[in-house]
Design a protein around this ligand. Structure first.
Ligand SMILES: NC(=O)c1ccc[n+]([C@@H]2O[C@H](COP(=O)([O-])OP(=O)(O)OC[C@H]3O[C@@H](n4cnc5c(N)ncnc54)[C@H](OP(=O)(O)O)[C@@H]3O)[C@@H](O)[C@H]2O)c1
Length: 290
C-alpha cells in the first residue's frame, strides 16, 4: 500500500489462507489508506467467508484511490467481480498481467484450474539420460552443490513423493538437511500398490494427489517408473533436471515407458524456464506449456 511515494502497509497471505494480504496491509496503513494505491499480486477476493469481509469490500471501505493487480483470480466466486466491485466504488483499477506473478501463485492457480497440487518432477541424470547404474546404484550422480540445491527445493514443497521402487532401493530420508531450514522438511509420500511402511503417507495412483490434504506444492523425486506415470497422465507442471557431466551407458533410463507413437506431438510441451551451473552440474527447469 503506497501513498505519497511512501509504503504505508505491507501484507502477504498467511499460512492456512487467512488473513489475506490486503487485510494485513490495510491494518498497518490505518486511516492513511484513504486515497492510497494498493499493489496486489492476485485480484482481491469478492466473496465473504466465515472469517470476515471480502478484501474488495475492505479496500472499498478504506477508500483507496487505485488498485494495481497482476493476476485475475480464477476462483469462480471472484473471477473479475473483485475488480468490478472496486470500479463500481470509483476506484481506478489497473490490471497488469505478469508471468513472474503467475509463477509466484503457481500452486494456487494449478489447484484452481486442475483441482490438484502443483507438481515438480526432479531427476538427477547423467549426460546420457540415466538416473542409476543398471544395478540400481544412484548415489551420487550429482555433486554437493546440486544436492544442496535439491534440499532448498524440497524446503519449498508441502509434500515430497517417491515411487515404491526408490523407497525400497534407497530408503531415502526425503528431508531437508540444509543448516537453518531443517524445520521446512515436507511430508513424505510414497506411490505404491504394496503395503504402507509405518509413518509414511501412501497413495496407490498418481491421480490421488488431488486428495492429499493441505498440499499445494508436491515435489516428486522419481524414480523412472514414477516419473513415467506422472508424465503419462500429464500431471507434471515443472521438470527440474540436474545434469551431471558423467556417462553411464547402459544404465537405468531417467523416465520409463511413455508409449509415444507420434514424435510431432512431443514438441512444444516444455519451455525452458531456468538454466544455471551448480558446481560441475547443470540445473535446467522446464515449465509445462499449457
Ligand atoms: N537419479 C535420480 O534422480 C533418482 C531418483 C529416484 C530414484 N532413482 C533410482 O531409480 C531407481 C528406482 O526407479 P524405478 O523406476 O525402479 O522405481 P520407482 O519409480 O521409484 O518406483 C516404481 C514403483 O512406483 C509405484 N508406481 C509407479 N507408477 C505407479 C502407478 N501408476 N500406480 C501405482 N503405483 C505406481 C510402483 O510401486 P510398488 O511396486 O511399490 O507397487 C512401482 O513399482 C533406483 O535405482 C533409484 O536409486 C534415481
Amino acid at each position: 500500500m503506497v501513498k505519497n511515494d511512501t509504503v504505508i502497509g505491507r501484507g502477504w497471505t498467511q499460512r492456512g489462507g487467512r488473513p489475506h494480504a490486503e487485510a494485513m496491509a490495510l491494518e498497518q496503513a490505518g486511516k492513511a489508506a484513504r486515497g492510497a494505491t494498493a499493489y496486489v499480486t492476485l485480484e482481491p477476493c469478492a466473496h465473504r467467508s466465515g472469517r470476515g469481509p471480502s478484501c474488495s469490500s475492505l479496500l472499498c471501505e478504506a477508500g483507496i484511490g487505485r488498485l494495481v493487480c497482476a493476476v485475475e483470480d480464477p476462483d469462480p466466486r471472484t473471477a473479475g467481480t473483485g475488480f468490478a466491485k472496486l470500479r463500481a466504488a470509483g476506484i481506478a483499477v489497473e490490471h497488469c498481467p505478469s508471468q513472474a506473478s503467475r509463477e509466484s501463485l503457481a500452486g494456487y492457480l494449478v489447484r484452481a484450474r486442475f483441482g490438484r497440487p502443483h507438481v515438480t518432477l526432479k531427476l538427477a541424470i547423467s549426460l546420457d539420460g540415466c538416473i542409476a547404474l543398471a544395478d540400481g546404484q544412484s548415489r551420487w550422480i550429482t555433486g554437493e552443490t546440486a544436492r544442496a540445491h535439491v534440499h532448498s527445493r524440497r524446503a519449498m514443497a508441502d509434500a515430497i513423493l517417491v515411487g515404491g521402487g526408490t523407497w525400497r532401493a534407497d530408503k531415502p530420508r526425503l528431508d531437508v538437511r540444509l543448516p537453518g531450514i531443517e524445520g521446512l522438511s515436507p511430508r513424505p509420500v510414497i506411490l505404491t500398490r504394496k503395503s504402507a511402511p509405518d509413518g509414511v503417507e501412501v497413495i496407490d495412483a498418481p491421480s490421488q494427489i488431488a486428495e492429499l490434504e493441505a498440499v499445494q506444492y508436491l515435489y516428486v523425486e522419481g524414480g523412472a517408473g514414477t516419473a513415467a506415470s506422472f508424465l503419462a497422465q500429464d500431471l507434471v507442471d515443472r521438470l527440474e533436471l540436474y545434469r551431471a557431466p558423467i556417462l553411464i551407458g547402459s544404465g537405468k533410463p531417467a523416465i520409463g515407458r511413455l508409449a509415444i507413437e507420434n514424435l510431432a506431438l512431443t514438441h512444444g510441451r516444455w519451455t525452458l524456464a531456468e538454466r544455471r551451473q551448480l558446481g560441475s552440474d547443470v540445473f535446467e527447469a522446464y515449465s509445462r506449456t499449457r
